[in-house]
Write a protein that binds this ligand. Structure first.
Ligand code: SF4
Length: 124
């Protein structure tokens, strides 16, 4: 279980998202639209226990998305489509964390694309 008060390990998250790397954006969008809890109005109604203002955005994001079955697909989709300008809550992350993650994720994908080009095919 991830403690939402701790600073996320962006590199570990970017690695985790590798499994969605070769999934087309349209497929990710379709999955998130079909199964994302917020898109069906199913975000939790109860509020988290607000006792730490500094980490409230992170805690709120983790709270809102906690039971969603497509968190990583949502996060991958948002990183691809909104990039560094991402706002709001997506994929159980707040926008500050997602912007920081986007830098790490983008560098990782860039390296992967270069490796794929040099080897003449996709990397595993
Ligand atoms: S991860 Fe969060 S923002 Fe994304 S679809 Fe699920 S509930 Fe909505």
């Amino acid at each position: 279980m991830v403690n939402p008060e701790h600073t996320p390990h962006y590199k570990a998250i970017a690695c985790r998202l590798d499994r969605w790397r070769q999934v087309p954006t349209e497929v990710l969008r379709d999955v998130v639209m079909r199964r994302g809890l917020c898109l069906w109005g199913l975000w939790p109604e109860e509020e988290p226990d607000w006792d730490d203002c500094e980490s409230s955005d992170r805690r709120l994001a983790a709270h809102l998305c906690a039971r969603c079955p497509v968190i990583d697909q949502c996060l991958e989709l948002e990183l691809r489509t909104a990039g560094a300008g991402t706002t709001g809550v997506w994929g159980a992350t707040c926008e500050d964390d997602r912007r920081a993650l986007h830098r790490v994720w983008r560098r990782r994908r860039h390296r992967q694309h270069k490796a794929t080009d040099q080897e003449g095919g996709p990397t595993s």
